[in-house]
Design a protein around this ligand. Structure first.
Ligand SMILES: Cc1ncc(COP(=O)(O)O)c(C=O)c1O
Length: 393
């Protein structure tokens, strides 16, 4: 194990503080390191591996596609991309989709689409975008510019410019920032990195109404909270709100790097045209075969129904932990997207949990984040509770 840690520390750019664990393989909701130690995974590669590790049908679908063709470029059509585009439009209720290689790139595409939409309306380019404090949308210059964490942006200013930050769940703070040049509001339907904070119903409905009144586009970032995690295929379904643009990634590929932004017909017809946007890899046959197989399994296994059914069990387990440990300030969350806010920094608890054989992550310095694979069962929740109980103790 130490050899790989030494190797990585020597050659990987030090962009991360990695835990000293070398993960080697997975099986269902369990991961194994190179010493054979087993971990119960309540992190899922940061809300990615929804359908679990070693998923035979998923792996077979990928292998079959590898044997046919993995990449063609977007200069031609390919079967998996065409099928996956129909499926993503069907599950999002959107009309057209652009495939990307990551969540960040989905955000980039959404920002460009909103700016182009506004440009075609009035011929000017000085439009602004309203985003939310404590939001997270990614690390590239555009996505970083709309990320509501000043610390992440500080060394990389100036960003794309013309971005204003409102307070999440405070409609008046959004209203105050709107002017004739505001082209879009971007927000997570449930803030993830910011500490697992769901949108309040009045807020998200109010923002939708404001966007309609002022001719602004509503971009909902469902990269983390979408694809079943909240007990809905997309978190916005719960509120009966339809975005103009939705961004997706993470569980969409179940480990294959793929993201997407999907748009309404109005946006599609009045924004991006050939030459405006592109990517070499985006929507390649390999990634899109993954997308279609993920959606097929979500539906054939009723993953959303499973999350809904088990949410009270997970909720109760974490409520119990919160009430039996003084260092827990509060338990909050929705579906399988959960947080325990602590009175103390959570790094030690995360390390202790790893020693016990449980993988969890953080969402801010004091908040533990649990975003397990969506296929966990009751006994996995019970085991997580026992392990986390020890770690908190
Ligand atoms: C809500 C949200 N948006 C965007 C991103 C960026 O996605 P990616 O890391 O795939 O580029 C993330 C990643 O954590 C996210 O949680």
């Amino acid at each position: 194990m130490n050899d790989y840690i030494k190797l990585g520390d020597e050659y990987l750019l030090h962009a991360y503080n990695r835990y000293p664990i070398v993960l080697e393989r997975g099986d269902g909701v369990k991961l194994y390191d190179d010493k054979g130690k087993e971990y119960l995974d309540f992190a899922a590669g940061i809300a990615v591996y929804a359908l679990g590790y070693g998923n035979r049908e998923f792996n077979d679908a990928l292998k079959a596609q590898i044997d046919k063709i993995m990449h063609t470029s977007n200069l031609y059509y390919n079967e998996p991309a065409c099928e996956a585009s129909r499926e993503v439009c069907r599950i999002t209720g959107m009309d057209r989709v652009f495939f990307t290689n990551s969540g960040t790139e989905a955000i980039e595409g959404a920002i460009k689409t909103a700016r182009k939409y506004a440009f075609l309306k009035d011929g000017t380019t000085d439009h602004n975008i309203i985003s939310m404090e404590h939001s997270f949308h990614g690390r590239s210059m555009g996505a970083l510019s709309v990320t509501g964490n000043a610390h992440y942006r500080e060394a990389f200013e100036p960003g794309i410019g013309n971005v204003r930050f409102a307070d999440y769940n405070d409609l008046a703070s959004v209203e105050k920032l709107v002017d004739d040049k505001t082209c879009a509001v971007i927000m997570e339907t449930v803030q993830g990195e910011g500490g697992i904070h769901p949108a309040e119903e009045d807020f998200i409905k109010g923002v939708r109404k404001l966007c309609d009144e002022k001719g602004m586009l509503l971009i909902l970032d469902e990269i983390q909270c979408g694809m079943g995690r909240t007990g809905y295929m997309f978190a916005f379904e719960k509120y009966g709100v339809r975005p103009d643009i939705v961004t997706i990634a993470k569980a969409l590929g179940n480990g294959v790097p793929v993201g997407a932004f999907a748009v309404t017909k109005d946006v599609a017809d009045n924004s991006i045209v050939p030459g405006d946007h592109g990517t070499t890899y985006g929507g390649n046959p390999f990634a899109c075969a993954a997308v279609t197989e993920v959606i097929r399994q979500f539906e054939s296994r009723d993953i959303v129904g499973h999350v809904k059914a088990l949410t009270p069990v997970l909720e109760k387990a974490l409520d119990d932990l919160a009430s039996s440990h003084d260092i827990v300030v509060e338990h909050r969350g929705v579906g399988f997207m959960r947080a325990l806010e602590l009175k103390v920094p959570c790094a030690d608890v995360i390390k202790k949990a790893q020693e016990e054989g449980l993988l969890i992550i953080s969402a801010g310095a004091n908040t533990l984040r649990l975003v397990p694979p969506l296929i966990i069962e009751e006994d996995d929740i019970e085991r997580m509770k026992n392990l986390l109980d020890k770690a908190l103790g």
